[in-house]
Design a protein around this ligand. Structure first.
Ligand SMILES: [Zn+2]
Length: 139
């Protein structure tokens, strides 16, 4: 890891701010997973980390993801049975694009649910489904 790389220095500072000692594999994981809106699974994170560190072990990546979740850097989300990692730790919902399988963030306020009679809502876990409208180039 080159000590003068400003991107690495910024990532290292983020890790330290969350009580995580930066190491080569933690920085490799952070470089991808903290800057993606892909909602990757662990295997995808492993693939990306191996681009920087070809010999990194699967268990190391799983442990690193677990540490990032425990320290509040990432959220582990189960979307329709898939475990994915999300750097957006603010409350939000997800939309699955049925054409591509991609998971998109949906603002918390976009989903309103009335509690059934006799209940108080303690939380909502909404997964929306849809496909991009023709001409939508952001997807
Ligand atoms: Zn998300």
């Amino acid at each position: 890891m080159p000590p003068q790389n400003p991107a690495h220095e910024r990532l290292a500072a983020i890790l330290r701010d969350h009580g995580i000692q930066p190491s080569a594999h933690r920085l490799a994981v952070a470089a991808y997973v903290l800057h993606t809106d892909d909602h990757p699974g662990a295997d995808r994170v492993l693939e990306k980390a191996r681009e920087a560190l070809p010999l990194v072990a699967r268990a190391t990546i799983y442990n690193t993801l677990g540490l990032f979740v425990a320290k509040g850097l990432l959220r582990e989300v189960i979307v329709e049975g898939r475990v994915v990692y999300d750097p957006n730790v603010a409350p939000h919902h997800h939309l699955i694009d049925d054409a591509t399988g991609r998971i998109h963030d949906v603002p918390w306020e976009a989903v309103r649910v009335e509690a059934p009679a006799g209940y108080e809502l303690a939380g909502i876990a909404a997964v929306l489904h849809g496909t991009a409208k023709k001409g939508n180039s952001t997807c």
